[in-house]
Design a protein around this ligand. Structure first.
Ligand code: GDP
Ligand code: MG
Length: 263
C-alpha cells in the first residue's frame, strides 16, 4: 500500500523546508506496511521555492519535487495525482494549517476502504478553527451557497486537507475542469453526485495569514464555477442527490451510497 502526500506550492520559500522536514519526520514515526511518497508540486514559483524543492528532494529519500508550466493549484494536484502509482492520494497546504494529529483520521477510512474520499472540515461540529473573521464569513457563505445550489451535504468543500483512493482519483480527476481554487468543490460535488463515499471529519485548523488567495478574484471565479457546474448537472441524467444520499457514521460524516459512476 503506497500513500502519496502532495504539497502544492507557489512562492513558499519561507515555509517549504519546515513543512517538508516536519512531514518526513511524521512519516518516519508511522508504523504499518506503508510506502510513502511526498511530492512538492510547484507551478509558477519565482522565488527560491524551486531550488529548495530540488535540494529537499536530493536529501530526503521519500521527497520528490515536480514543476509544471500550467498554472493553478488544482492543475498541480490533478497532474501529480494522475501520474502517481500510489493507492491513496492526499494533499495538505504547505503552511500546515491543518493539524497533523488529524491526518490518521482522514487516512484510515480510505486506507481501510470504508470511504473513497476523506476531507478535513473546519465547519462541522467538533472542529477547532482559528482564522480571521472575514475568511470565516466568506467560507460559511460560500459553503451555504453550495448547499443551496447543489443540495450537497458536504459542509467544508474548500479545506486544504483531503485524502482520496486512487480509484476515485482516476475516475474523478479527468472530469474536473477547474484548474484553480474551485477544483476542490468541483471534485467533491462530482464525487457526491456519482455515488462515491465522502467522509467529512472535523479538524483543528490554525490559519496562517500569509495567503496566496486573491479573495475577490477567487470568489468571482468560484461563482462562475458554480454556474458552469450547475448547468452541466442540469443537462446530465444523474439521479437527484435526495435519492442517492445516505448518512453514515457519526454526525460529522457524509456518506453516499455507491451509485452510477459513469456520468
Ligand atoms: N502548485 C500551486 N500551489 C498553490 C498555488 N496557489 C496556492 N498554492 C498553494 O496552496 C496552498 C494553500 O494556499 P494558501 O495561500 O495558504 O491558501 P489559504 O490558506 O486558503 O489562504 C499553499 O500550499 C500554497 O502554496 C498555485 O497556483 N500552484
Ligand atoms: Mg494557508
Amino acid at each position: 500500500m503506497k500513500i502519496n502526500i502532495t504539497i502544492p506550492v507557489l512562492n513558499e520559500e519561507t515555509k517549504l523546508s519546515v513543512a517538508v522536514h516536519r512531514l518526513s519526520q511524521w512519516v518516519a514515526d508511522q508504523r504499518g506496511p506503508f510506502e510513502w511518497e511526498l511530492v512538492i508540486a510547484d507551478n509558477g514559483s519565482t522565488d527560491r521555492t524551486a531550488a529548495m524543492g530540488r535540494e529537499l528532494a536530493g536529501s530526503l529519500p521519500i521527497v520528490r519535487y515536480v514543476r509544471f508550466e500550467e498554472r493553478g493549484r488544482g492543475a498541480a494536484l490533478s497532474r501529480v495525482w494522475l501520474a502517481s502509482d500510489a493507492n491513496v492520494l492526499s494533499y495538505m497546504d504547505v503552511d500546515l494549517s491543518s493539524d497533523l494529529l488529524d491526518f490518521p483520521a482522514l487516512l484510515e477510512p480510505v486506507v481501510s476502504g470504508r470511504a473513497d474520499i476523506a476531507i478535513g472540515s473546519r465547519l462541522t461540529s467538533g472542529a477547532q478553527t482559528t482564522r480571521c473573521l472575514s475568511r470565516e464569513i466568506i467560507s460559511r457563505v460560500y459553503n451555504q451557497l453550495l448547499r443551496l445550489v447543489f443540495q450537497t451535504r458536504i459542509q467544508d468543500s474548500q479545506c486544504g486537507f483531503k485524502v482520496l483512493s486512487a480509484a476515485a482519483g482516476q475516475a474523478l480527476l479527468p472530469q474536473v475542469k477547474d484548474r484553480g481554487w474551485f477544483w476542490d468543490s468541483e471534485l467533491l460535488l462530482n464525487a457526491e453526485r456519482q455515488g462515491w463515499r465522502v467522509f467529512e471529519h472535523p479538524i483543528r485548523w490554525v490559519e496562517n495569514p500569509d495567503s496566496r488567495v486573491a479573495v475577490c478574484r477567487t470568489a468571482w471565479l468560484n461563482v462562475c464555477g458554480i454556474y458552469r457546474l450547475r448547468r452541466r448537472f442540469a443537462r446530465s441524467k444523474m439521479p437527484s442527490l435526495s435519492r442517492t444520499l445516505k448518512t453514515v457514521g457519526n454526525n460529522a460524516s457524509v456518506g453516499v451510497t455507491p451509485g452510477n459512476r459513469n456520468e
